[in-house]
Ligand binder design. Sequence first.
Ligand SMILES: [Fe+2]
Length: 206
Amino acid sequence: MSVSPGVAVMSEKDFIAERRNAAVSEAVAEIRGIEEHRGVSRESLTSIKEVLLELAAKRDLFSEKDFPSATGEPLLYLLSEENSHRFALYLSTGLPGRSSPPHNHTTWAVIAGIDGEEENRVYERLDDGSVPGKAYIKVSEKFVVKAGTGICFMADDIHSIHVVSDVPTRNFHMYGRSVEHLPERIKFDLDQGTYEVYPPSPGIRK
Ligand SMILES: [Fe+2]
């Protein structure tokens, strides 16, 4: 096939990037609309989860080639974020055996599976929050996120994640606000009955 002089030929990588940008923009716009029209509730977050699962099904746009799985510390590839830091979408990847401490988000959060198995432990808080720095929590539910499944959290919900597959996880993590702009997010020490501020992950890639 001959190519006319001056006509740029798009590489496969650029073609995929263009399709990915369009798919991500469309999904985020839909999610913004759900929040705008229905507010933040477990029901509206379930609809947001459905949008993310549809995006996750477009697997060729989020390949290992374009987003290499973690080989050490967990990674968060930033796919989209508004100038206001709202509606932050990440592709999160973690190695088998990795886990996070129990934490809240101080904004809504939705996870949708692409690859691997990420066990989410959900916790119930047992104390009344009246003693600063102290918190007693216990596991109330476990749910494994994998391809085709997801889980939603309200701002005060507490969870921890545990990579239980023998391959790295590759999942969407979407937050009402960027994890770099959640100064009051806290992590819990289950055994000590304490909590402290949970700083943003050092593994964010933009
Ligand atoms: Fe989380």
